[in-house]
Design a protein around this ligand. Structure first.
Ligand code: AMP
Length: 514
C-alpha cells in the first residue's frame, strides 16, 4: 500500500468531480490529478529516479504541489518539502544533506540553479507542463510498492538551534495521521473542501491526505498565501472550507471578521472547521475567536517528529463553556489523539505524577523513524520508542495536556522557573496589547531576567508603566518582566511562529571587535 493508491482510488470512484481549485477556478478533476501524477511519476522513472530517491519541493502554495506530491509517491520517491522563505544557500544545504536529485521550484524564489541537483524544474515552465502532461490511463502506470516503514516525507526542522535535521516520516506515519484526522479532528465528506492558506510544505499540506481519503475538494488560494478577505470570499463561493491555521493566522481571520462586521453566521458560511496549532494559542485569543467566528475551531498539537498527531482539543470541548474546568481546558492542547500515548517524564524519562510539570513524551504510529543520517540525534530523541518532544507540560487527571513552553524557552531567574507563556497570557489581557513574546535575558545577579516584547494594536497608547502596573496586579512579582520593549512587530518564521532566538539575539550585546 502506498499513499499514491489513495489518489488512484478517488480517480476511479469520483473521476469527473473537480478535486482541485486554484482560487475559484477548477484546476483538475480526480481523474486529471491522477493522470498528471502518474505522468510525472512515469517521466521521473524514465529519467532514472529510483524508489527511495529524494526530490525537493521549494515553492509557494500552488495546485501543482498536490500533483507533484502524489506523482513522487506514485514513483516511490521521498518528498523533501522546503519552506518557501528559506534562503537559496539554506536550501542548498538541505539538498546536499538529503542527497536530493531533483527539485521543483517556483522562479520567484529560485531564479538561479541550486547547487547539487541533477535537475531543477520551474513548475510554471513548458518543461513542467511536459512532465505533468496527463497520461491517457493512470492505471497503466504502476504505483511503486511501498512498505509501511518506507520513507515518504523528509521534513527539515526549522533549525532554530544549530543545523536543521531531516525528520524521516514514513508511509505508515502519514497514513496514521490521515486516519486519525477523522476520529480526533473532524469528520469529512466528499462535499467538503480544504483550503491551503498556511504553507503546504508543513502540516497544512499534509492535511491533503485525509481530505483525499474522504474524496473532498482541495482549494489553493490564487494569492498562494493568507489573505483573510480572499479566504472568506473563497469560502462563500466554494462552500464552507476547512483549513489549518497557525494562531497568528487565526488572529488575522478574526481581526478581519471584526473589522468587516462579520459575525458567527457569516463565518459559518465561509468556514466549516479551522484547525489551529503549531504554536501557543492564548486563552484570550481563542475566546475572542469563538465569540466572533462561532464554534468552528479544533486545536491540535504535534511537531515535525510526530506530524499533526499528539493531542487534540475538539470542537465540542472548546465550545462546552458550562464545563467546570472549561477555562483550564481551552488553555490546554486537549487529550492524546487516538494512535498515540502521551506521558510526562523527568530528565531520565521516569514518569511524573499527575499535575507535575516535565517533558512531554509521545509514542505511537505517527512518531518519525528518526533523523536522516543522524543516529546520535535519533538516539537522543527516541528512547524505548518514546519521542522526547522537548516540550514541557503537565497532564491533569482527565488526560488534558497543558503545555508550558519549549524546554529551551524556560526562564530561570533567581533559581525560580518562569514559563514565558504564563507572562504572555497576562500581558495579552491588557486592552490594546496585540501580541507579546517573553524571553529570558542573561543577568549577572539573577542568572536571567524576564524581558517582554509587546506589539500594540494600531492607535493604542501602551506604555511600559501601564504594562508593569498590569503585571503587578496579576502575577507573582518574580515573574514580572524587568524590561518592556515596545515593537512594531515580532519576528516570525514562515509558519507564523515567533522566533525567540531572534529576540534573544537583539538583547545580546554586540561582541567587542578585536
Ligand atoms: P514544528 O516541528 O515546526 O511543527 O514545531 C512543533 C512545536 O510547535 C511543538 O514542539 C510545540 O513546541 C509547538 N506547538 C505545536 N502545536 C502547538 C500547540 N497546539 N500549542 C502550543 N505549541 C504548539
Amino acid at each position: 500500500m502506498s499513499l499514491a493508491h489513495l489518489l488512484l482510488r478517488r480517480a476511479l470512484q469520483l473521476p469527473e468531480r473537480t478535486a482541485v481549485f486554484h482560487g475559484t477556478q477548477p484546476h483538475a478533476s480526480h481523474a486529471m490529478w491522477a493522470a498528471r501524477s502518474a505522468g510525472v511519476a512515469q517521466r521521473m522513472r524514465e529519467a532514472g529516479l529510483q524508489p527511495g530517491d529524494r526530490i525537493v519541493l521549494f515553492m509557494y502554495n500552488h495546485p501543482r504541489y498536490l500533483e507533484l506530491l502524489w506523482g513522487a509517491w506514485w514513483a516511490g520517491l521521498v518528498v523533501v518539502p522546503v519552506n518557501a522563505k528559506l534562503h537559496p544557500r539554506e536550501v542548498e544545504w538541505i539538498v546536499d544533506n538529503a542527497q536530493a536529485r531533483w527539485a521543483f521550484v517556483t522562479a520567484d524564489i529560485a531564479a538561479q540553479p541550486l547547487a547539487g541537483l541533477a535537475q531543477q524544474v520551474d513548475i510554471e515552465s513548458a518543461e513542467a507542463d511536459a512532465l505533468l502532461a496527463p497520461v491517457p490511463d493512470a492505471r497503466a502506470v504502476p504505483i511503486s510498492e511501498r512498505a509501511p516503514d518506507d520513507l515518504a516525507w523528509l521534513f527539515y526542522t526549522s533549525g532554530t538551534t544549530g543545523r536543521p535535521k531531516g525528520v524521516m516520516i514514513t508511509q505508515r506515519n502519514l497514513m496514521t495521521m490521515g486516519l486519525s484526522y477523522f476520529v480526533d479532528v473532524d469528520a469529512v465528506s466528499p462535499g467538503d473542501a480544504i483550503v491551503y492558506a498556511a504553507p503546504m510544505s508543513h502540516g497544512a499540506g499534509l492535511y491533503a491526505i485525509p481530505h483525499l481519503m474522504a474524496g473532498a475538494r482541495h482549494v489553493v488560494p490564487s494569492s498562494g498565501g493568507v489573505d483573510p478577505a480572499e479566504l472568506f470570499a473563497l469560502g462563500a463561493r466554494l462552500g464552507p472550507l476547512s483549513t489549518f491555521a497557525a494562531p497568528t493566522i487565526v488572529k488575522r481571520l478574526v481581526d478581519h471578521a471584526e473589522q468587516a462586521g462579520l459575525g458567527p453566521h457569516d463565518a459559518a458560511r465561509s468556514f466549516k472547521t479551522i484547525v489551529y496549532g503549531g504554536a501557543p494559542m492564548y486563552g484570550a485569543d481563542i475566546e475572542r475567536a469563538l465569540r466572533v467566528m462561532g464554534p468552528r475551531f479544533v486545536q491540535i498539537y504535534g511537531q515535525g517528529e510526530t506530524p499533526m498527531v499528539a493531542t487534540a482539543l475538539s470542537r465540542a470541548q472548546l465550545a462546552d463553556a458550562s464545563h467546570p474546568r472549561h477555562a483550564a481546558r481551552i488553555a490546554s492542547v486537549g487529550v492524546a489523539q487516538t494512535p498515540v500515548r502521551i506521558r510526562i517524564a523527568d530528565g531520565q524519562g521516569r514518569d511524573l505524577p499527575t499535575g507535575e510539570i516535565g517533558e512531554v513524551l509521545v509514542k505511537g504510529d505517527s512518531v518519525m523513524a528518526g533523523y536522516w543520517r543522524n543516529p546520535e540525534a535519533t538516539a537522543a530523541a527516541i528512547r524505548d520508542g518514546w519521542l522526547f518532544t522537548g516540550d514541557v507540560g503537565c497532564l491533569d487527571a482527565d488526560g488534558f495536556l497543558t503545555l508550558k513552553d519549549r524546554s529551551k524557552d524556560l526562564i530561570i531567574s533567581g533559581g525560580s522557573n518562569i514559563y514565558p507563556r504564563e507572562v504572555e497570557e497576562v500581558l495579552l489581557t491588557l486592552p490594546g496589547v496585540a501580541e507579546a513574546a517573553v524571553i529570558g535575558a542573561p543577568d549577572a545577579e539573577w542568572g536571567e531576567v524576564v524581558v517582554a516584547f509587546v506589539v500594540a494594536h494600531a492607535g493604542a497608547a501602551i506604555t511600559p508603566e501601564a504594562l508593569d502596573a498590569h503585571c503587578l496586579a496579576q502575577m507573582a512579582r518574580f515573574k514580572r518582566p524587568k524590561r518592556y520593549e515596545l515593537v512594531a512587530e515580532l519576528p516570525k518564521n514562515n509558519y507564523g511562529k515567533v522566533l525567540k532566538t531572534a529576540l534573544r539575539e537583539r538583547l545580546t550585546p554586540p561582541r567587542p571587535t578585536a
